[in-house]
Write a protein that binds this ligand. Structure first.
Ligand code: NDP
Length: 606
């Protein structure tokens, strides 16, 4: 028996998938470039000013020279959830070291107008049940998420010993004393029995390497350091009245830009949005959460149930019930439906792949049709269409972004893959035309494809003086993405080599936090000075990771971006940037068993 249904548009007309695939490759080829990640500028030297904290004044303090039980590097979600679980486990002496002026991590820095979570608040905002908070919207805005971070910090007593505006410069294992030495840019040199790090995947802002960028004489800033003194308004949505007489260039059209454009569009005298590659912008469907409805679902254990349901639905391990019902789960539901529609004798890897591709192309045709339905000017609409598979680049969701281009003073400068050519003292030049502007806002993203230790801003020296950068010279090697052989009492809180669930990163972090708290509790209870993964257990995990069948995110057929290392072969090391081969839902089940058994197989306590 052979199935005959190919991909169709919502009106039932067939989609010519060969033509679409050819177009995808043409658009990719326009954007491939030899310099990959090197096209971006690091914010050092004369560009370091772009990193200044516009939100909190720095307060002088005396250096710390004491001892703590746990030092956690990073005060974002990773540090907060791990700190919370440690507090719950009765571990005292937890010190969070954070480069920002408060807790929040990404939500401390990203206060640009319109910032909100792209994954549903009920699963994105951690520890809602523990803190008794009900998000106000299906997708909460940034100020509410920042306040929630502060709520977690207060609820679990994490402010008491936190060090803000403090950057770690060096971490060194002291084998004689079985403890870590933590050094910082504040002159601190304190010790910690345990060290954990959650420095985040997207926290080092970058600028595009556009010729002339430093010659601009007007005002400029990066979106993660929004200058409300200049623009007026505030992160809560007050109008950006400082821009009423300003011509503004916004460079970049990724997830940040998509959220900021609707706010800038009404506010600037003229807004020019410089686009190299359009984002796919699907339906948002935000709205307030109803307290009565929330009370009906928020029965004990509700957030864990929602987390598990989202992960299972999104990764194809669901039972059919979809609690979150949004753009992330829609694509997954479609793919599963395509596969379920296959007759049993056609369930081959090739047909399953084809079913995925059909579901994807249908989804993307809908997203492209939405542009035509919303944007009045046909040329602008054409320019805003994304020609790649949905998981080639970060999917976006917004209900006002496309409509912003219907405003008379909002201009899309579509560069057809070429990007901005040049910046002069007064203008941004693209498509051979100079656009005079008063202000340039860089929505140019964050470092991703660079080394972990470069992004962290410090290296870690483990047993026998071995540095983490050396240990990982041929790629990351861990057990669970958390434990590294040769680095006793050290824990990483991040998704890679664990669940690697990108659509809801906090789920990775909460599970890691819970597990690390259990391991530290066990070490303290058994009087162990050290806990370390054995070399064999680490190798076995790495071997397991190498059986990963490959991911649908990114890939060489994709248009360049950080999902595919800017279109460049990342070499053999990239094979290790994967998750548990059986998928995120299976990983969380595995981890739960590993943790609850109390045996912590693969770890050595001594
Ligand atoms: P991105 O890296 O996604 O976007 C950078 C943008 O700059 C791209 O559109 C890029 O184009 C463009 N660009 C780079 N160089 C040039 C140039 N020379 N000329 C013109 N344009 C150029 O950064 P974002 O800050 O938007 O997002 C980063 C990530 O942060 C997201 O992918 C997401 O994971 C996260 N995020 C999450 C949000 C949420 O959950 N609510 C909100 C915002 C961000 P090109 O595509 O061609 O490279």
């Amino acid at each position: 028996m052979t199935s005959t249904r190919g991909p169709v548009r919502p009106d039932g007309t067939p989609i010519d998938t060969d033509a679409v695939r050819r177009k995808y490759l043409e658009e990719r080829d326009k954007r491939l470039r030899a310099d990959g990640n090197d096209q971006y500028l690091r914010l050092t030297g004369e560009l370091a000013g772009y990193l200044a904290d516009p939100y909190t004044p720095r307060v002088e303090r005396a250096p710390k020279t004491d001892h703590v039980t746990v030092a956690f590097i990073g005060g974002g979600f990773a540090g907060l959830v791990t700190g919370a679980r440690l507090t719950e486990a009765g571990v005292t002496g937890v010190r969070i070291v954070e480069k920002g002026g408060d807790f929040g991590g990404t939500w401390y820095w990203n206060r640009y107008p319109g910032a909100q979570c792209d994954t549903a608040s009920l699963i994105y905002m951690p520890l809602l049940e523990e803190t008794g908070h009900m998000p106000t919207e299906k997708y909460a805005h940034a100020p509410e998420i920042l306040e929630h971070c502060q709520r977690i910090g207060k609820h679990f007593g994490l402010y008491d010993d936190a060090l803000f505006h403090t950057e770690v410069t060096d971490l060194e294992w002291d084998a004689a004393a079985s403890r870590w030495i933590v050094r910082t840019d504040r002159g601190d040199e304190f010790t910690a029995q345990f060290l954990a790090m959650g420095t985040g995947p997207l926290h080092v802002p970058k600028l595009p390497g556009i010729p002339g960028i430093t010659s601009f004489r007007g005002h400029s800033f990066h979106t993660s350091r929004w200058d409300y003194d200049y623009t007026g308004g505030d992160p809560y949505g007050a109008p950006l009245d400082g821009l009423a007489d300003k011509k503004v260039a916004l460079i970049g059209t990724g997830a940040t830009s998509v959220q900021a454009v609707p706010h800038l569009a009404g506010a600037c005298a003229e807004l020019y949005v410089f686009q190299r590659t359009p984002s796919s912008v699907d339906v948002r469907g935000n709205g307030p959460l109803d307290p009565e409805w929330f009370a009906s679902i928020a029965t004990p254990g509700w957030q864990q149930r929602w987390l598990e349901n989202f992960t299972a639905t999104q990764t194809g391990a669901g039972t059919g019930e979809d609690l979150v019902m949004d753009g992330w789960t829609d694509l997954a539901r479609r793919m599963q439906a395509s596969i379920r529609a296959l007759p049993a004798d056609e369930l081959t890897p090739e047909r399953i792949q084809a079913a995925f591709d059909d579901a994807d192309v249908e989804k993307m045709e809908e997203i492209r049709a939405r542009v035509d339905a919303v944007v009045a000017d046909p040329a602008t609409a054409e320019g805003l269409k994304a020609w790649y598979r949905q998981l080639c680049k970060r999917p976006c969701f917004h209900d006002e972004y496309l409509d912003a281009y219907n405003r008379p003073r909002t201009h899309l400068v579509h560069t057809d893959g070429k990007g901005v050519e040049r910046i002069t003292e007064t203008a941004v030049v693209a498509n051979g035309q100079a656009f005079d502007v008063d202000c340039i806002i860089y929505a140019s993203g964050f470092e991703v494809g660079t080394d972990y230790t470069r992004r962290a801003g410090y290296d870690v020296t483990g047993r026998d003086g071995v540095r983490l950068s050396e240990r990982w010279a041929d790629g990351m090697r861990t057990l669970h993405g958390t434990y590294v052989h040769g680095f006793p009492n050290m824990f990483l809180v991040q998704p890679t080599q664990g669940a690697n669930l990108i659509s809801n990163v906090p789920h990775n972090l909460t599970e890691s936090g819970r597990t690390i708290a259990a391991v530290i509790r066990h070490a303290l209870d058994t009087g162990s000075c050290e806990v370390e993964v054995g070399a064999e257990a680490e190798q076995a995990w790495v071997d397991l990771l190498l059986t990963h069948p490959g991911t649908r995110m990114g890939g060489p057929d994709c248009t360049p971006g950080y999902y595919n290392n800017e279109g460049q072969d990342a070499g053999p090391r990239a094979k290790l940037n994967v998750g548990y081969p059986a998928g995120a839902a299976a990983y969380f089940t595995y981890l739960d068993g590993w943790r609850s058994s109390g045996e912590f197989e693969g770890l050595m306590f001594r």
